[in-house]
Design a protein around this ligand. Structure first.
Ligand SMILES: NC(=O)c1ccc[n+]([C@@H]2O[C@H](COP(=O)([O-])OP(=O)(O)OC[C@H]3O[C@@H](n4cnc5c(N)ncnc54)[C@H](O)[C@@H]3O)[C@@H](O)[C@H]2O)c1
Length: 486
């Protein structure tokens, strides 16, 4: 390995440790330094291997492990235990109660009990010592994803990781580097790319039906009561979780959940497959809620909240703009604490058409004034819903998960591994979408100045193939519903 890269990866451990120990200001500063230092060191990095087109050897019988059996892990286990050619061999959490919930599920469907690891926060490492796993899901809180995903790939398994992959630029790079070096996948579980309207409009965009796409919008606008975020973390939140929700949650600015909105728009715009993000600029409103809640807690004599005295709380709405190499623009928004309807926006605007998912009902236009009628929408769906989605719709509705998109996301990953197909979503896509978090933090804390967007593909973006929602010679994976015993 080139010495500056070796030094860089040595410095990564230091960066994370410093960030964990820092106070509110130090914390934010270290995350900001992460962007500057990382960008400088890896400015001219070229890819060592192209994971986008890489087809790992087929695995007809996939032996699976899980780290994190909370909301997402539990739902994922319940879906995957109904796939043929998949065997869940081991599960890990840092508490027993999520493991007990999984135990009950496996028992209820007469599934062979997987091995259990739940001694403490490090038990998942024991699971990696096993020699009978091919794929490990990371369904833990997001501050743990990068460390776990890299350790999994280093141990010789593919990783399937919840969103986002990482929240520092250094960790985005580390994941890309580890994947290329080990030739193990790090699949981001970005289910929204497989939701019905997103998949339909991505397919239409890739066929050129909106003309040339010039602009897109995506978002994560999901109201979560700010009182909840600001409460003192109680067990079962572990120490690191408390730090993350407390300090990072209230005082580190930027878009902390970008992939649901950015991912599908990137797929439609051929980002990392003919185009690439060039730079990002981000603005954030002031805080109009947290300071007031914080003052009330202080008045009530809370010791926990004293750590936030003098903090510059995160704003209520973050808006980031990404300009691409080919001159296109994507707007990405993040807002969770002012009451408004849920929205990922998913808007695509081209020279010959327009699509927007939210507010529902979703609409498609081929002129400036009249949306397609309900009958026309049905005809468009019939003609342009991608092959993979059509093939899976019945089962998606049966097995569910956010209306079915979670099942489709599971299926396409497992089916790709069964058949030795390159992944639909590459490690470069996961890193690109996740990098909005550190880049927007940097921009917001530098007067909204633009910051260069890293090219995680190392130059291969120009020739990489776009998102492919055909069956690609797969579709052989069988799913058999298992009804839990009462
Ligand atoms: N794709 C989606 O639609 C979607 C939806 C919700 C959440 N998410 C993502 O999924 C991830 C998990 O979210 P969730 O809602 O399931 O959270 P959760 O808190 O319900 O579950 C997390 C689990 O991880 C366990 N855990 C924590 N530290 C651990 C450690 N050191 N070792 C082993 N286990 C540990 C916790 O005990 C818990 O059981 C998050 O990163 C979140 O961003 C994605």
């Amino acid at each position: 390995m080139h010495s500056s890269r070796r030094d860089f990866f040595k410095s990564l451990a230091g960066l994370s440790a410093m960030a964990a120990l820092a106070n509110v200001y130090g914390q934010e500063k270290n995350l900001r330094d992460d962007v500057e230092e990382t960008s400088l060191i890896l400015k001219d990095r070229r890819s060592s291997f192209n994971m986008k087109s890489y087809a790992a050897p087929a695995i007809p019988h996939i032996r699976v492990g899980y780290i994190g059996i909370g909301g997402r892990g539990t739902a994922s286990i319940q879906r995957l235990s109904q796939f043929e050619g998949v065997e869940i061999k081991a599960i890990a959490d840092c508490y027993e109660y999520p493991i007990e919930r999984a135990r009950q599920w496996f028992k209820s469907i007469d599934y062979p009990a997987p091995a259990e690891y739940y001694r403490d926060e490090e038990s998942w490492r024991d699971m990696l010592e096993r020699d009978d796993l091919d794929l490990i899901y990371v369904t833990t809180p997001q501050y743990l994803h990068a460390e776990m995903a890299c350790a999994i790939m280093e141990s010789g398994r593919h990783a399937a990781c919840e969103v986002p992959l990482a929240y520092t630029l250094a960790d985005c790079w580390k994941i890309v580097d580890t994947s290329e070096r080990t030739r193990k996948y790090c699949a981001i579980l970005e289910n929204c790319c497989f939701d019905f309207f997103e998949a339909l409009t991505i397919n239409m965009a890739l066929k050129g039906l909106f003309g040339e796409l010039v602009y897109g919008e995506g978002a994560y606008i999901h109201y979560i009561d700010p009182e909840l975020i600001f409460q003192e973390p109680m067990p079962p939140l572990n120490k690191k979780g408390g730090w993350y929700r407390g300090i990072v949650g209230v005082s580190v600015k930027g878009n902390r959940y970008p992939t649901h909105g950015f991912g599908p728009v990137c797929q439609a715009m051929r980002i990392n497959a003919g185009d690439r993000p060039l730079f990002l600029t981000s603005v954030e409103t002031a805080d109009f809620t947290r300071q007031k809640i914080f003052e009330r807690y202080l008045e009530q004599g809370s010791d926990y909240h004293k750590q936030f005295v003098g903090a510059d709380f995160v704003g209520n709405m973050n808006t980031s703009l990404v300009k691409t190499q080919n001159g296109k623009v994507v707007k990405i928004q993040y807002s969770t604490d002012t009451p408004r309807p849920y929205s990922r926006i998913h808007m695509l605007s081209g020279t010959q058409g327009f699509a927007q998912k939210y507010p529902e009902p979703s609409r498609i236009y081929f002129d400036h004034s009249t949306p397609l009628s309900d009958e026309e929408m049905e005809a468009v769906k019939e003609e342009h819903t991608p092959e993979l989605i059509k093939f899976l719709t019945e089962n998606a509705l049966k097995f569910g998960g956010h209306g079915g998109m979670d099942f489709i996301c599971d299926y396409q990953l497992i089916d790709s591994l069964h058949n030795g197909l390159p992944l639909n979503i590459s490690v470069y896509d996961g890193a690109t979408w996740s990098a909005v978090t550190p880049l927007s933090l940097w921009s917001v804390t530098h007067g909204s100045q633009p910051i260069d967007f890293p090219d995680f593909t190392g130059g291969s973006w120009a020739n990489n193939a776009p998102f492919d929602l055909s069956l690609r010679g797969g579709g052989t994976t069988v799913v058999v519903p298992k009804t839990p015993k009462a």
